[in-house]
Design a protein around this ligand. Structure first.
Ligand SMILES: [Mg+2]
Length: 424
């Protein structure tokens, strides 16, 4: 593997590591070690269930907020905080099953200024805002910036926008500094020992920390360091964290991110990667993060251009599958869910300063709307004629979106206009 490929493999390993830890530990969140032993023996597989009644391979807020940070970095890699904030709001609008205590309050207190909302929340919680919610999502910043000072600055800001207590930002900076060293080729254990030296985390990790692996960032991070310093393989790290319970998904996600970074995506257990429902999304975000790291804006644009073209190809293929009656047994659904990530990537290519921004956004919303309707018809097992009609509209709107992306002004046919006018 050459240097560039190895870097990409590490970046993807970090993202997959977070998601695998989250998906595995999500099953045992809020349980005690004894309860886990009684129910699962030792949990080693991604099986879903648990408090959140997860689908096998489903992830929780840890990965979802990590992805929100990636999307913010994609939208403005130089100054991403506002965009990260927008992505947090978008995420909240999806009505997530789990939002941590601190972040839930911050959303309630947000009226246009994240830092004020964080400070207000800190006072409401009687000074207890040092949750692990900013640590669990901060890794993409280390992946995106090779400039250490810039990485530390953005890492601190992304923590402060929800977590006022300096303990949270402190842990994020140490964590991402370790990640930076590993990306630069250092071994994980030595990178950890270098970065914790002289901090509150310096110490012996030969025995288990004398605190619960709960949501307080200092406790969480001590357990993360314990797993990373005492285990040798990725599997040992995430299985260890998942089987301790409490905030197991977050501890496993944070530890899994660094260990995944060290070993690289190609060396992660195949069965874990294959189990993740969001694996294709993570692949795509890994590619983009590497381009951001290389400050290769032309390549980012090319990657996004390719996504538009791919999306048209997929929509045509889907329509063709429906016409040939080859869309049943999940193959149509699987192609459709592939398209979801591309649709999101396309949305991120719009620039607020673009004079055509409103029109592009409107067309994109129509694409999203047609996507959601198609998905629902597939889920309902609707008759072919109805699915075909909707999939045809999806293709039309995607084609319009691509034309707008090229700077053209696509028009509906008279028949299409008539149908749109008659729709309620
Ligand atoms: Mg979670």
């Amino acid at each position: 593997m050459n240097g560039a490929l190895r870097m990409l493999d590490k970046i993807k390993g970090g993202l997959f590591g977070v998601a695998i830890g989250d998906a595995l530990g999500g099953t045992t969140e809020f349980m005690s070690q004894e309860e886990i032993n009684a129910e699962y023996g030792t949990l080693t597989e991604i099986v879903g269930g648990g408090y959140w009644n997860l689908q096998p391979g489903d992830i929780t807020d840890d990965t979802e907020m990590t992805i929100a940070v990636v999307k913010g970095l994609m939208a403005n890699s130089n100054n991403p905080i506002d965009e990260i904030g927008k992505q947090f709001l978008r995420w909240e609008q999806t009505n997530p099953k789990d939002i941590g205590i601190t972040i839930r309050r911050v959303f309630q207190n947000y009226h246009g200024d994240w830092f004020q909302a964080a400070e207000h929340t800190h006072r409401q919680l009687n000074g207890k805002s040092a949750g692990n919610g900013s640590l669990m999502r901060c890794l993409p910043i280390a992946l995106a910036y090779s400039d250490v000072e810039k990485m530390k600055e953005i890492t601190t800001l992304q923590s402060n926008m929800t977590h006022y207590d300096e303990l949270a930002a402190e842990a994020c900076v140490i964590y991402n500094s370790i990640a930076g060293r590993v990306l630069g080729g250092e071994a994980l254990k030595s990178a950890i020992l270098t970065e914790i030296k002289g901090t509150r985390y310096e110490g012996l990790y030969e025995v288990e920390p004398d605190c619960l692996p709960d949501g307080f960032v200092v406790h969480t991070f001590k357990w993360v360091l314990y797993w990373l310093l005492t285990c040798d393989t990725f599997e040992e790290v995430v299985v260890g964290a998942a089987n301790k319970g409490h905030d197991s998904d977050t501890v496993a996600a944070i530890a899994g991110g660094l260990k995944g970074l060290e070993v690289g995506c190609s060396n992660l257990p195949v069965r874990y990667k294959a189990a993740l429902l969001c694996r294709k999304e993570l692949e795509a975000y890994g590619n983009i993060l590497r381009l951001i790291r290389d400050k290769d804006t032309r390549a980012i644009k090319k990657e996004l251009d390719r996504t538009f073209v791919d999306l048209v190809g997929k929509a045509k293929k889907l329509k063709d599958m429906v016409e040939r009656d080859a869309y049943k047994n999940g193959s149509g659904e699987s192609l459709l869910s592939d398209m979801k990530d591309d649709i999101y990537l396309c949305r991120l290519s719009f620039d607020d300063d673009d004079l055509q921004y409103d029109k592009k956004l409107l067309t994109w919303r129509q694409v999203e709307n047609r996507y959601i309707r198609s998905k629902r018809l597939f889920d309902l097992g609707a008759p072919k004629i109805i699915i075909h009609h909707e999939v045809n509209w999806l293709l039309t709107m995607i084609t319009h979106m691509v034309e707008r992306h090229k700077g053209n002004d696509p028009q509906f046919t008279l028949d299409q206009l008539e149908e749109l006018a008659n729709a309620d």
